[in-house]
Design a protein around this ligand. Structure first.
Ligand code: NAP
Length: 320
């Protein structure tokens, strides 16, 4: 089979398309025929060798694949060959024609969700769910600012928060991203590249501030976020690429808090809850992963460059 292989940590150019043996499922494992693989920013940090998790070299990147079950190992009962699935991590990497996964790493993909959309489920939607439900503990009637609403996690968060009954504000850096945020459920969208947009958000909140902020770039925004919070407001840090200075008194006067998490630490019980909720949301049309760009598997290096560039519009997916 064809797969992207990384033999040394480095820039996007270390992603090489190679011919490798197709893996065979052992007991408790299954082989997925990958129809699309999602590209996440963390894939690039891992490839660069700067991430908390360093895979053993050589490796195939990617945790988010969607496709059909090709073969199952002994003892696998959850799925059968031919079933449509998405993965939440794999054993051998998603950027490939086939990927090996543990039975608990695959989840059913509803018929109304395409494989390309299915490649944008695990990381974006589990993150959105954890942020809104487990960390912000957001409630209907509250106001949420999705700070970075045009990307994978942002579009997922906007759809989910809207369905939960929150008033959603979103930010993006381009007109295309602003339109996307509004189309997916944001009541108003603001350009985070435009000086003074925080005042516009305060105005839109009637001057009281927002109850929840989901933050995709904390190193740039956290200090300003604290000034946009309502009393008892919560910032959930989802993404950050450096250090930041904050004024703790902004938190004190608002009795506010900052929480943060990584998806990696989610426990099995939380994951079971999340996947059940995601299946229901996809099946009933509430959750609709947005595919912004489809590239061939061979263009993985281009995908890794573009996923970090401004101008996000949903997910970038690789098609083997
Ligand atoms: P993505 O699809 O590449 O989207 C990136 C988003 O960040 C876009 O909406 C982009 O908007 C926005 N952005 C750029 N500059 C910004 C600014 N100054 N202020 C606010 N937003 C800005 O990435 P993603 O998959 O949504 O992930 C977003 C971040 O969360 C990444 O840093 C990722 O590593 C992290 N993440 C963390 C976890 C976790 O477990 N904690 C899980 C998933 C993702 P424009 O392009 O329109 O400017």
């Amino acid at each position: 089979m064809k797969a992207i292989r990384v033999h040394q940590f480095g820039g996007p150019e270390v992603l090489k398309l190679e011919e490798v043996p197709t893996p065979k499922p052992d007991a408790g494992q299954l082989l997925v025929h990958v129809r699309a693989a999602g590209v996440n920013p963390y894939d690039t940090y891992m490839r660069a060798g700067t991430y908390a998790i360093k895979p053993q070299l050589p490796y195939t990147p990617g945790s988010d694949a969607a496709g059909t079950v090709e073969a199952i190992g002994t003892g696998v009962t959850k799925v059968k060959p031919g079933d449509r699935v998405y993965t939440a991590r794999t054993l051998t990497g998603a950027y490939a024609e086939y990927t090996l996964a543990l039975e608990e790493q695959v989840h059913p993909l509803p018929e109304n969700i395409s494989f390309e959309q299915g490649a944008g489920v695990w990381v974006p939607y589990c993150t959105a769910y954890q942020a809104l439900h487990h960390f912000a503990k957001a409630r209907a009637s509250e106001t949420v600012l999705v700070h970075g609403a045009s990307g994978g996690v942002g579009t997922a968060s906007v759809q989910m928060a809207r369905a939960m009954g929150l008033t959603v504000f979103g930010t993006a850096g381009t007109d295309k991203g602003l339109d996307l945020a509004k189309r997916e459920g944001a009541r108003q969208a603001f350009n985070h590249a435009k000086p003074g947009y925080q005042e516009e958000i305060m105005k839109a909140s009637g001057g009281r501030g927002v109850d929840v902020i989901l933050e995709m770039l904390a190193n740039v925004n956290l200090g300003g976020d604290l000034k946009m919070l309502a009393l008892h407001g919560r910032v959930v840090v989802i993404g950050s690429r450096g250090d930041v200075t904050i004024t703790p008194r902004d938190l004190m006067s608002r009795r506010a808090s900052v929480r943060a998490f990584t998806l990696w630490a989610a426990q099995p019980a939380e994951m079971a809850e999340i996947h059940a909720a995601l299946f229901a949301g996809m099946e009933n049309g509430t959750l609709r992963p947005v595919v912004g760009k489809k590239l061939h598997l061979a263009e993985a290096a281009r995908a890794h460059k573009e996923v970090l560039e401004p101008g996000a519009a949903g997910k970038i997916v690789l098609i083997p």
